[in-house]
Structure formats: structure tokens, C-alpha cells
Design a protein around this ligand. Structure first.
Ligand SMILES: [Zn+2]
Length: 310
């Protein structure tokens, strides 16, 4: 597990501007142009603008004036620099994406908010619950910068197969695209992975999980129900909470069961002052319902085949 540093220090929404400031001091009464010479290539004078204001600066050269070919050279260099910054940023985002996908289950790679499906088997109340979850996640993604600054994460809870991991993974993809480092952790796999660490040194696993800007802890409560598992979850959640790094949880547990399961200090970090937004998805499981139908229909077709061949 490796973590590439996110691009947090940059404004993720800022795209480089190609505008160059227009300096209109040619005719400004506070300045006076004094040429040092004339360019042999473009024929324009170059030199300095001097202060024309009474006082200590009077007569001091303040702003250079370049001839046309030197101005064009400077502008071209500026544009090259902007392009290079954009290329560097794209490469950095590509590295962040690779890091994120490395630990993300393959079935979640393409999960986005716009392909979150609300299937036909849902009743009106369930549809409303899914739509609400979808719009909450859209809102979260749209205000990712502010959420990140506040350290605000999310807690998805609801039945198995209701699309919590899909929406959590969608947030991860959106965050990576905006230049944030994101890691995905299946709670169930944390302890087995830590057991494999050389000489009991768990930091190579824990460090990126602690330090990435957004961490998704999927299926909280499916890890071993032991003190050592709880202590590792606490270590992770506490560190991130103190650093104001947002954590996104998904769980099949009811909120009261989460509260019962973990120690109060862990619970403080997860629920403290209502910082983390809670999203409930109350709907039948697509996987289970469709799975049952598939089994039933294949059983029916097998039975009718048997009758046909009998
Ligand atoms: Zn010139």
C-alpha cells in the first residue's frame, strides 16, 4: 500500500489562467518612459518607466519596458510554464488514481454517482431513500474542498447491497480527480493485512491509511470482534480525526450498534459534534432480490427442461 501525496496544497479547482495583466502605464501621468535604446529586430524602443511623482522615488527606474520581440518571448515562456504545470498536475492525478485503484475492489472501479442505479424492485419509500442518498453524495462531492477543510466525512448505513460502497467509491473517484489522495480499506481485511506485516511493524500499512486526505472504511463492523481489531480501528480513526482528514464509513450496522461495538473514544471521533454527515439508505438489496429471482428462474427453467426431456 503506497500513498502518493495529494495536491492539497494547490487549489484543486483552480485552472491556470492564460491572461496576462495589461499594464497601461504608457500614458499614466505618474510614470515617464525613458528609452535605453531601440531593438534592432523589431524596431521598438526599450527602457524603463521612471516615477514622475514628487518625493523620494522621483526619477527612480521602476518598471522595465520590453520591445515587442522580448515581450513575445516572455509571454511564450509564461505559456510554456503554465502548460508544464498542467502536465505535472495530470501526471500527479494519474499517480493518485493508480494508488486509489490498487486497493479498491475491481467491481467498484467504475462506480460514479451518475451510474448509481435505483432498480425497479424498490417501493416508493425506498426510492426516496436512495434518491436522497444520491443527492447528498452529489452535494458532498460538489463541496469537497470545504468538507476537506472542515475534516467532514460521511457515515453510510443501511442494508447489505443497498449501494453504500458504490456511493463511497464514487466519492473516492471524484476526490482523486480533484487532486486529493484517497485510500479504500475494507474493514474486514485490515487485521489479516496487519498480521502479514514484517516483524510486527504495521506502519507501512497504517501510515498511508492515516495520512491520505480521504479514507473510505468499507463495511465497518465486519472486522474481527477483538480488542486488537478495535484498537487498530481506534488508532486510525483518532489520528485522522486529529489531523482533520475526512473519513467515509459504510456499515451494515445500525447506528446504535456502532455505538455499542466501539469504545467511547472511538465513537467520539466518528460522531463528535455531528461533524460527519450520516446518510441512511433504506432499501431492499438489489443483489439479494435479483439473486433470488435468478435462482428461482433458473430452477424453474431447469424443472421445465427436465419435464421436456422426460
Ligand atoms: Zn525587439
Amino acid at each position: 500500500m503506497q500513498a502518493t501525496q495529494g495536491l492539497d496544497q494547490h487549489d484543486p479547482n483552480q485552472s491556470p489562467t492564460t491572461e496576462t495583466p495589461t499594464i497601461t502605464i504608457e500614458h499614466h501621468e505618474d510614470f515617464r518612459f525613458r528609452p535605453d535604446g531601440v531593438c534592432g529586430a523589431c524596431g521598438e524602443p526599450y527602457g524603463w518607466f521612471y516615477s514622475n511623482v514628487e518625493g523620494n522615488l522621483k526619477g527612480v527606474p521602476l518598471i522595465p519596458r520590453l520591445c515587442r520581440c522580448k515581450r513575445e518571448e516572455a509571454e511564450a515562456a509564461h505559456l510554456r510554464e503554465l502548460r508544464q504545470k498542467e502536465i505535472d498536475r495530470e501526471r500527479a492525478i494519474e499517480r493518485l488514481r493508480r494508488d486509489y485503484l490498487e486497493n479498491l475492489p475491481r467491481k467498484l472501479h467504475e462506480c460514479r454517482v451518475n451510474n448509481y442505479r435505483m432498480w425497479d424492485g424498490l417501493n416508493e419509500k425506498e426510492l426516496a431513500s436512495c434518491s436522497k442518498a444520491k443527492s447528498d453524495v452529489t452535494g458532498y462531492i460538489q463541496s469537497l474542498r470545504e468538507r476537506r477543510a472542515r475534516g467532514q466525512g460521511l457515515i453510510f448505513y443501511g442494508t447489505n447491497g443497498s449501494g453504500k460502497s458504490h456511493l463511497a467509491a464514487a466519492i473516492g473517484s471524484a476526490a482523486v480527480a480533484q487532486g486529493y489522495s484517497v485510500q479504500f480499506l475494507s474493514a474486514r481485511e485490515l487485521i489479516p493485512e496487519l498480521r502479514n506485516c514484517d516483524f510486527g511493524n504495521t506502519e507501512p500499512i497504517m501510515r498511508p491509511l492515516k495520512r491520505c486526505t480521504f479514507l473510505i472504511i468499507d463495511d465497518l463492523g465486519t472486522e474481527d470482534d477483538t480488542e486488537s481489531a478495535k484498537s487498530k480501528i481506534h488508532e486510525l480513526v483518532k489520528y485522522r480525526h486529529d489531523q482533520m482528514n475526512p473519513t467515509i464509513f459504510t456499515t451494515n450496522l445500525r447506528i446504535e450498534d456502532v455505538r455499542d461495538r466501539y469504545n467511547p473514544r472511538t465513537i467520539d471521533c466518528i460522531f463528535e459534534s455531528g461533524l460527519n454527515q450520516i446518510i441512511k439508505i433504506a432499501c431492499k438489496s438489489y443483489r439479494q432480490e435479483v439473486g433470488v429471482r435468478t435462482v428461482l428462474s433458473s430452477a424453474t427453467s431447469t424443472a421445465s427442461n427436465m419435464m421436456a426431456t422426460a
